[in-house]
Write a new protein. Structure first.
Length: 371
């Protein structure tokens, strides 16, 4: 018995060392940049803070846009899109904004339903979609229920995701499958699920007889001047070297983190943009009636202080509205504060395991509020 335990222990030790070696071999060391030596300008102070963040949080790359009083006050990127080829990250680099996509799906939904005179509390039956393809309980869902994650719809379990790992679904196939298996569930109980926003995209696609990517382009991106933004149809893209990363288990190093979409285009998390484009979006949202999004925002407010689809956070005791994005090795932060007329967008191709988005945003908010 003792001999068997020794053999088992030896095998275990072998596999542990094999794992440690594998993790070291396929990981990258801590990113280091020379800090900015001077602080003669306000930009240099922010530069120094972001260089420090790269070192503190093991970030391969980071990009930031700050908008204040309708103008871009800061727009820069540091580091790399990937560590294998050291491709430089810039404010024009195509980046995955993950769940920040939901804001733009909400704005797209509002823009279309305004044209059709459908209220946020309207039921899906008013959209006149999916005729004879689903039960009445599905038609009774309100658009607001879906936007608020109160539809009773849940994402696929991890087991089902693993079973479908190699299968790619387009939005139409995915939507047909969802409504076929739909059950009313616990409507009005909050259950955060990407499926809600993917469903909205599918319904708009069915209603408008256009693919969702085209709809979002026509009613949001093109009108706002966000010319480098889109909901992607394929991933990975041949001409995009962006790679996400996460910390290793043992070493103070980082490894590539693969991202997989269950459905494409993905209205919930499949938007690609640039830091420059996201600064344009912040300008529109902060301009109120002068911005291209205000009619859609008014529709989404639906009698509430926070528009449907927007998250609310506190920074230094003040309320900010927007959305977090975090998927695989990609993290983003898109929030604005109307009282101080400040908006912040932040992107890093690294999984946020240290809450670095909020920490960096708080530093930025402190700096630009004090100006």
């Amino acid at each position: 018995m003792g001999k068997k335990l020794k053999i088992a222990f030896a095998v275990l030790v072998f596999w542990v060392f094999l794992f440690l070696g594998w993790e070291w071999w396929y990981s990258y060391p801590k990113i280091r940049f020379h800090p900015v030596a001077t602080t003669i300008s306000e930009d240099h102070k922010i530069d120094s803070m972001l260089y420090q963040a790269i070192s503190d949080y093991l970030l391969p790359g980071i990009s930031v846009a700050v908008v204040k009083e309708g103008k871009v006050k800061y727009l820069k990127a540091f580091g790399f899109k990937n560590l294998e080829h050291k491709d430089t990250l810039s404010t024009d680099s195509k980046i995955l904004v993950a769940s920040v996509s939901k804001l733009f799906t909400a704005l797209t939904t509002a823009s279309i339903l305004i044209q059709r005179d459908i209220h946020a509390d309207g039921q899906l039956k008013e959209m006149k979609v999916l005729n004879d393809r689903t039960g009445s309980s599905f038609y009774d869902l309100k658009v607001a229920d879906i936007l608020q994650h109160r539809s009773g719809i849940e994402d696929r379990s991890i087991a089902k995701q693993l079973l479908a790992f190699s299968r790619k679904s387009n939005l139409e196939e995915w939507g047909e499958s969802l409504i076929t298996s739909y059950s009313a569930g616990k409507i009005n109980d909050y259950q955060y699920a990407d499926a809600n926003y993917d469903l909205l995209g599918y319904l708009l696609q069915d209603s408008e007889n256009l693919d969702f990517s085209t709809i979002a382009h026509d009613v949001v991106f093109q009108k706002a001047g966000m010319n480098s933004s889109e909901f992607i149809q394929e991933w990975p893209q041949i001409d995009n070297s962006l790679t996400g990363y996460q910390s290793t288990v043992i070493w103070k190093r980082i490894v590539p983190k693969r991202i997989k979409f269950d459905v494409l285009p993905s209205p919930s998390s499949g938007m690609i943009s640039t830091t420059k484009d996201m600064s344009i979006a912040l300008i529109h949202l902060l301009r109120g009636n002068m911005g291209i999004f205000q009619s859609a925002v008014n529709w989404l407010e639906n009698g509430s202080e926070v528009p449907l689809g927007f998250q609310r956070i506190q920074i230094n005791g003040q309320e900010w509205q927007g959305h977090y994005g975090g998927q695989a090795g990609y993290s983003s932060f898109f929030f604005f504060n109307r009282s101080n007329e400040i908006g912040i967008f932040l992107f890093a191709n690294s999984k946020d395991e240290d809450d670095f988005r909020l920490k960096i945003a708080t530093q930025l908010a402190d700096h630009f509020t004090a100006e």
